[in-house]
Design a protein around this ligand. Structure first.
Ligand SMILES: [Cu+2]
Length: 384
């Protein structure tokens, strides 16, 4: 009811404002002969403003490159990351050249051909030459970009059946990630949301022989130099697994399995030595130190210094805690990875342990207490 009243009040206020502007318009009639029509002076001012806007665009762009350029992704940590960055650089250079030319022309012409009283526009109905130029150039450039993109994509996604790869499953849910390793047989056991029960949070079919050696983890460990084939699933809504340092992203779609693969080329320890990463970590820690001063002054605890880690992030707005949906990725040397994985129990073993029947009680206590009141008699029964 209150909502309806507010709505009616708003509508009435709207009508009142509309009526007021109408009255204001009526009072203006006759005050100025060419009301609302730009004169030469207006056109000139707008022409200069167009130029000023062009200047602002370029100054802001160059400032942005210097001020925030270090926030860009930096050294790629996967084999295909170099191709990916090349493709990105080529696209950006082409976009930069095209936009520099077209924006300068657009703003310059707006300035040069500002409206002049009595000025006449040159008019022609069509020009085949012009049409050819602005059709063929974009067709050639875009075809080149798309073909190069497709070639790069196929290179990333394609792998031989005989290639030595490792299968890893990444499971997305509101709001977190789980990881499953395929174990010694390098085959992921079947899984379905209907099998989710107790500690089997990824819905693995524990009756499937291929699932017997599967191992679950809450951290994504990857061995350096090995091709990892990711299988993505989602429990609830659309998520997107985004691994920026590896230049990888793939949607996680409920009801289907999506895939992506890459070869990690830098261990976490090596990436921590990377010049750009060191600079970035120092910058973050400087901000943290300043923030800590504030916190300590208010009697709160200081922030711990930040240390670089690879991350898997969700890149689809999937709900209220989407921003917090991340998973630590650790790239180990092959030996470290082997040790880490060997130490983890299989899901089947964990399931067995969690669901082992409880040790049988020696005496059926409740029955005894119900039937026997005298304590000595209880003891006698226990002995029997
Ligand atoms: Cu998500």
């Amino acid at each position: 009811m209150t909502g309806l009243l507010i709505f009616i009040v708003l509508v009435l206020i709207g009508i009142a404002i509309w009526q007021l502007t109408k009255i204001f318009d009526l009072t203006q009639i006759g005050a100025s002969q060419d009301h609302g029509v730009a004169d030469d002076n207006d056109n000139k001012v707008n022409g200069y403003l167009m130029f000023a806007f062009l200047g602002f665009l370029y100054v802001f762009m160059i400032y942005g490159l210097f001020a925030w350029g270090d926030l860009a992704l930096g050294t790629p940590a996967s084999e295909h990351g170099i191709d990916y960055d090349n493709l990105m650089s080529i696209s950006l250079i082409i976009i930069f050249i095209v936009q520099a030319i077209t924006q300068v022309l657009l703003h310059y012409f707006a300035f040069k051909y500002t409206g002049v009283k009595g000025g006449k526009a040159l008019y022609f109905s069509d020009s085949n030459k012009l049409e050819m130029i602005w059709t063929i150039i974009p067709v050639v450039v875009l075809s080149g970009l798309i073909l190069y993109g497709l070639y790069t994509w196929n290179n990333i996604m394609y792998f031989d059946d005989e290639e030595d790869v490792m299968y890893v499953e990444v499971y997305a849910k509101q709001f977190g990630w789980e990881v499953r390793y395929s174990g010694e047989d390098n085959t992921l056991g079947k899984a379905n949301v209907r099998y989710i029960e107790g500690i089997n949070t990824m819905g693995v079919d524990l009756a499937d022989p291929a699932a017997q050696d599967d191992k679950m983890a809450n951290e994504l460990h990857l061995p350096k130099g090995k091709k990892v084939v990711f299988k993505f699933r989602s429990q609830d809504v659309l998520h997107s697994a985004y691994m920026p340092h590896f230049r990888a992203q793939m949607n996680c779609v409920p009801g289907m399995v999506t895939s992506f693969n890459f070869v990690p080329t830098l261990t976490t320890a090596e990436m921590r030595q990377d010049e750009a990463i060191v600079a970035k970590v120092n910058k973050i820690n400087k901000i943290r130190a300043e923030k800590s001063k504030e916190l300590v002054a208010n009697g709160e605890e200081a922030l711990a210094p930040y240390e670089f880690d690879y991350l898997l992030l969700c890149n689809k707005i999937c709900g209220a805690s989407h921003y917090n949906m991340q998973l630590k990725i650790v790239v180990d040397t092959p030996e470290e990875f082997k040790t880490w994985l060997a130490e983890r129990p299989t899901l089947a073993a964990q399931w067995k342990e969690a669901n082992a029947p409880a040790v049988e009680p020696v005496v059926a206590q409740p029955e005894v207490i119900e039937t026997v009141v005298d304590s000595t008699q209880v003891l006698a029964q226990v002995v029997e």
